[in-house]
Every structure is written in C-alpha cells, then in structure tokens.
Design a protein around this ligand. Structure first.
Ligand code: MCA
Ligand code: AMP
Length: 492
C-alpha cells in the first residue's frame, strides 16, 4: 500500500511544499527526488525491509527527500542530530546497527572516516548515482518507520520505534485538532531529530498540503525578520524560543513592535510545547503578538496527547484535554484510576503510542501496564476539565531548552573525568531554559571548570553540559556509596 504521507504530494504536484533560502520546491519536485533517492538506496534489492538508514542532513528539501526516500524504499529512518559530537552519533549508529549513512556534504568531516572504518555504505547527498529502477515496495502501515533517541531514567538513551500507523495516527489527530490546511505556511527552526520538528511542524504541514520554510538554526533576529517580511501564518516552538524572541522584541523600537504586532495578528496559530510554558512568557507573548499561545503536551513515545483547544479557552498553566484518538487516564500509586482534583501519573493508549524501545524488550515491557497503558512518568491533575502538569515521577529527568536529558547519563560521563571522584546532576529552575543542568562534584584533584566544560563538549552535546557546578569535598552517600540526590538538592 502507498503511505498516506505521500497522498497530497501525489495529487498536487505543482504546489509549493518547501522554501529554503531563495529556493522553492514543489510537491512534485519532492516526490520525484524522494523516489530517485529510494531507487538509489535499493540498488539491486526490492525492499530495504526495515533496515535502519541513519542520516545527518541539513533541515530543508534534502532532509525531507531523504526521509521520504527511505520510507519509499521500505527502510526505517534514523535522523541524527546535526550538532552532536562523534561519540553521541556513534552511539546511535551502533545501537540501531544502521547499514547506510546519508549525509549532507558539510558533515563529511564528522562521519566519513567513521563510516569507512566500519564498512558502512556512505551516501553524500549531491553525489548519488542514478539507478535504473522503477518499482518500489508496498509498505504496510504496521511496519517500523522511525527510530528517535530519547533520554530517560536509564543512563543510556533508548531508541523509540514508531510504525507508519503510529505516525499516521499522530498526524491525523493533530490535523483534526489544530485544523492544518493547504493554506498553512510555517517556519521550521526546530531540530529534526525530535517529534516536535519532525511530526508537528514538517510532517503535519506536508500531509495537509501547506508550505514549510526552513531556517537551519534558530536565531531570534532572523525569525523576527521572517515574521515581518514573509507570509507565514503558523508558528510552533519550545518555550525557550518564545523567551528568546521576547528578549529580542523588547530591544526593538515602539514603531517596529507595532509593525510586528500587526503582522503577527494575521497568523492562524501559534503553539508552544515540549516543556512547561511559564505563564509570564505566555502573557508577554500575548502582549507582543495578540496571540494566546496554544500549549500542548507530548512525548517522543506518544507524539502529542493533550492539548489546549484550537477554538475554545487556552488556559495559562494548563496543557488542555486529550487529543482526538488518544486515550488518557490518571492513576495513583496502586494503578487505580483517579478522578478530577486528584494527583496521579498520566497514562496513554491509542494508535499514536510507539511500538517498542529498539532492542530493549525489558524496558518496553516495564513502560506499559499489564493492560497496555503507556506510563509517561509525568504527574498531573485535572481541574475543571483541563489537565495541569505538576512534575515528573523521576528527578533524574531534566528538561532544558525543550530537550529531555538524563541526569544519570551526564553523571556517567562526568565520572570518567580523572579529577572527579563522584557527582550528582540535577536540574535547577530557569525561566529561560525551563531547567538548567547543574552538577555537584566530589573532586580528587584540582579542577578547572572551563577546561572541564570543553572536555564535556567533546563527549556530549553542548546542551547537556552542566552550566553550573557546585564543587564539594564530601557529600552524604547512600548505602551503595553513591552521592544521594536528595541530599545534594538541599545544598543549592
Ligand atoms: C544551549 N545553551 C544552553 C542550553 N543550550 N544554556 C543553558 N541550558 C541549555 N539547555 C547555551 C550554549 O552553551 C551557548 O552558550 C548558548 O546557549 C547558545 O547555544 P545554541 O546551541 O546556539 O543555543 P540556541 O540555538 O539559542 O538553542 C536554544 C534552542 C535549542 C533553540 C532553544 O535548545 C532548541 O532548538 N531546542 C528545541 C529542542 C526540541 O525541539 N525539543 C523537542 C523535543 P555559549 O555561547 O556560552 O557557549 S521534545 C518532543 O519532541 C516532544 C515530543 C514534545 O512534546 O514536543
Ligand atoms: P521528550 O521525551 O523529549 O519527548 O519529552 C517529553 C516530556 O516533555 C514529557 O514527558 C513532559 O515531561 C515534557 N513536556 C512536553 N510538553 C510539555 C508541556 N506542555 N508542559 C510540561 N511538560 C511537557
């Protein structure tokens, strides 16, 4: 069967799908390029049969044609973060056992040697050999489609596997709830190795026939220029981005702010998600744009689950109600469903829920109840029909700039530093970042924090590197001899 994500492209080949720098690409350009790429991937085979294809590709036309090409050829897409250092990329490549790696030419220095060393097939975009093929495989919706890496309560990130059915369910639910249309024109500034950018911004818009404009990296001033001088009408971002946009707007003249407000008032929709939206940010943005941000709640494993209404009241500090096709319940410690006003864990059921953690059957089993509910680890309460998030069941999960980080993963890396005997990583509250990463260190030699920062950045993405360190000689320890987080917290 043909995947529904391609339906609009097939029926409207002449409409614009992608805008990037000064170039525009139609749905026809996209589909043709994706098919050509699928033949290239297949070579002498008829179906990639769920083999994992990793790609480190710049956001834009090349990214989408690669993603679509892999799906058309029957492969599983594994998008790599374009700013990760090699050790983090290597982890994903090894964990997924990716056999083919696709890169934009600018990433050759990062990955080419590694691929050659490991004997992986490397495709550098722009250098593809044309293949004389014309038959693509039939893809059932039940097949695996994508693996995204997420940090959690274990020290290593896990690959979240979604099927084509999961992705279709996630998209259809949002299209119904948020009324995406072929008149939509959105801006993608989010990284494309996470659900927020991949599903909500790019895939939903292309499914509905709209235009996606790409800006490779977030820069507040550039975004404001595009708002002012373009014809965007939809915008989605994490709270930190709204915070940074507000800062930039506050530095503008009154006249420029009035001009901006007039433009922004013409937008159809503005959304915030991936982390709690501070009420102060929501209110300031409303003053600037005349838009009450629609806040919603999601997770890599489930796509979006709960959202404030498109048409009804968007309540500050609340994430809203269950989305179409998504079953939501709150349960207490005994897994008993609870009612309004009581605090419990959010659990989810529906076609939107992922298939498995890649090659981690135990972790998969542990994240579902016996009767098939996915346990999110987020705590919430329902008040007057609206869900409100209160926190997480694990303090080892940090949300910073919209990224979910595992304190344990950061601690593991810190502990390999020759001058660190032990450590505890925690998230400190921050209006700008949601939380910032901080580490308490038990040192065994003198330590230079600047040098430690550089050392960490060679080993993990910069947003995981602690911004604040608390140096201590000795800390309370638990029975296993480890520093206990409970005790560290009181030190701040
Ligand atoms: C970067 N910096 C930070 C952090 N990150 N400082 C504190 N905490 C952080 N988390 C510092 C850098 O070290 C640097 O400092 C300076 O900020 C600029 O770094 P840069 O990387 O250029 O930052 P940026 O481009 O301004 O990045 C901010 C960002 C980015 C645009 C908000 O973090 C981002 O794109 N976040 C979105 C993540 C996302 O899409 N999450 C969705 C996953 P110095 O100059 O001193 O070195 S969640 C999801 O998908 C679920 C399903 C959902 O619900 O949506
Ligand atoms: P990730 O695993 O990166 O997809 O992050 C998912 C997590 O982000 C959820 O489990 C929540 O803890 C958090 N999250 C997403 N949206 C919101 C929101 N609107 N408010 C509070 N937390 C959120």
């Amino acid at each position: 069967m043909s995947l529904p994500i391609f339906n609009y492209a097939k029926s409207h080949p002449n409409r614009i799908a992608i805008l990037q720098e000064d170039q525009s690409y139609t749905y026809g350009n996209l589909l043709n390029a994706a098919e050509a790429f699928a033949y290239n991937l297949l070579q002498n085979e008829s179906d990639l049969a769920e083999r994992r294809i990793a790609f480190m590709v710049k956001p834009g036309f090349d990214y989408v044609r690669t993603q679509w090409g892999i799906w058309l050829a029957g492969g599983v897409v594994v998008p790599l973060c374009i700013t990760y250092p090699l050790p983090s990329l290597q982890y994903v490549l090894e964990d997924t056992q990716a056999e083919i790696v696709v890169i934009s030419p600018e990433f050759e220095a990062v990955l080419a040697d590694y691929c050659r060393e490991k004997g992986l097939r490397l495709i550098i975009l722009g250098n593809e050999e044309p293949e004389a093929k014309d038959v693509l495989p039939q893809i059932e919706l039940s097949r695996r489609a994508m693996i995204l890496y997420t940090s959690g309560t274990t020290n290593l990130p896990k690959g979240v596997v979604t099927t084509h059915r999961n992705i279709a369910a996630q998209i259809e639910s949002l299209i119904e709830a948020w009324a995406y249309a072929d008149t939509d024109h959105t801006l993608c500034i989010l990284p494309l190795h996470h659900v927020h950018g991949i599903i909500n911004v790019v895939s939903c818009t292309l499914w509905a026939g709209g235009k996606v404009q790409f800006l490779p990296h977030f820069e507040a001033q550039k975004v404001l220029d595009i708002f002012l001088h373009g014809d965007l009408n939809v915008f989605m971002a994490v709270p930190t981005i709204y915070f940074k946009l507000i800062e930039a707007v506050e530095a503008m003249s009154t006249e420029a702010r009035t001009q901006l407000k007039t433009r922004l008032q013409a937008f159809r929709l503005m959304i915030s998600g991936s982390a709690a939206l501070p009420v102060s940010v929501m209110e300031k943005w409303e003053g600037i744009s005349g838009h009450r941000l629609l806040e919603r709640y999601g997770m890599t494993e489930i796509g979006m689950a709960i959202s404030n209404p498109y048409a009804g009241e968007r309540r500050a500090g609340y994430i809203g109600m269950p989305l179409p096709g998504v079953e939501v319940r709150l349960v207490d410690d005994q897994l008993q469903e609870i009612g309004p006003g009581e605090v419990g864990e959010i659990q989810i059921k529906g076609d939107n829920v992922f298939l498995e953690y890649w090659q981690r059957p135990e972790a998969t089993a542990q994240s579902f109840t016996a009767d098939g509910w996915f346990m999110t680890g987020d705590t919430a309460v329902v008040e007057e029909g609206y869900y409100r998030i209160l926190g997480r069941t694990s303090m080892d999960i940090i949300k910073s700039g919209g990224y979910k980080l595992s304190a344990l993963e950061i601690e593991e890396v810190l502990r390999t530093h020759p001058a660190i005997a032990d450590c505890a990583v925690v998230g400190l509250p921050s209006e700008e970042w949601g939380e910032t990463v901080a580490a308490a260190l038990v040192t065994k030699a003198e330590i230079d924090l600047k040098a430690l920062n550089t050392w960490m950045r060679e080993r993990m993405p910069a947003y995981r590197v602690p911004r604040q360190y608390l140096l201590v000689l000795e800390l309370p320890r638990n029975a296993m001899g480890k520093v206990t987080k409970k005790d560290v917290k009181v030190l701040f």
